[in-house]
Design a protein around this ligand. Structure first.
Ligand code: DQA
Length: 145
């Protein structure tokens, strides 16, 4: 199973960025942890980050036929991007929305996710472990038992 991890704006700053909210783990550390768990699960992963909305849209479009699932931390674009939402809906690759922080316990503007209605589900609030939970959800994404 091939899983595409996509990370949106400012997630390249994890480790130094508001550590009281996002923790001290860097994005590279998270990628290492995800790769370790993926190996145990027999999944192949690709792990990318961009600060550019259009680049994320392009990667979602290219995922069709290449990946069985997408695990997406769209960061601030979660709350603003019709383009990301439309790309997920257009491409139809099952997508799992993740967040390090519990967005529902934060500022009101973070309560609304424009991508949630076109995602399989949402995982939020478990720090870097949200990525591991996202991975575990993605490998079972077609199991409705
Ligand atoms: C985030 C939550 C978003 O509201 C925020 O803009 C981020 C990170 C998270 O992982 O908790 O950049 O997606």
């Amino acid at each position: 199973m091939r899983i595409l991890f996509l990370n949106g704006p400012n997630l390249n700053l994890l480790g130094q960025r508001e550590p009281e909210v996002y923790g001290h783990t860097t994005l590279a550390d998270i990628e290492t942890k995800v790769r370790q768990r993926a190996k145990q699960l027999g999944a192949d992963i690709d792990f990318r980050q961009s600060n550019l909305e259009g680049e994320l849209v392009g990667w979602i479009q290219q995922a069709k036929g290449q990946f069985e699932a997408i695990v997406l931390n769209a960061a601030a674009y979660t709350h603003t991007s019709v383009a990301l939402r439309d790309a997920i809906a257009a491409v139809g690759v099952p997508t799992i929305e993740i967040h390090l922080s519990n967005v529902h316990a934060r500022e009101e503007f973070r309560h609304k996710s424009l991508i949630a209605p076109v995602c399989v589900g949402q995982i939020a609030g478990f720090g870097w472990r949200s990525y591991i939970l996202g991975l575990e959800a993605s490998v079972n994404v077609n199991d409705r038992s």
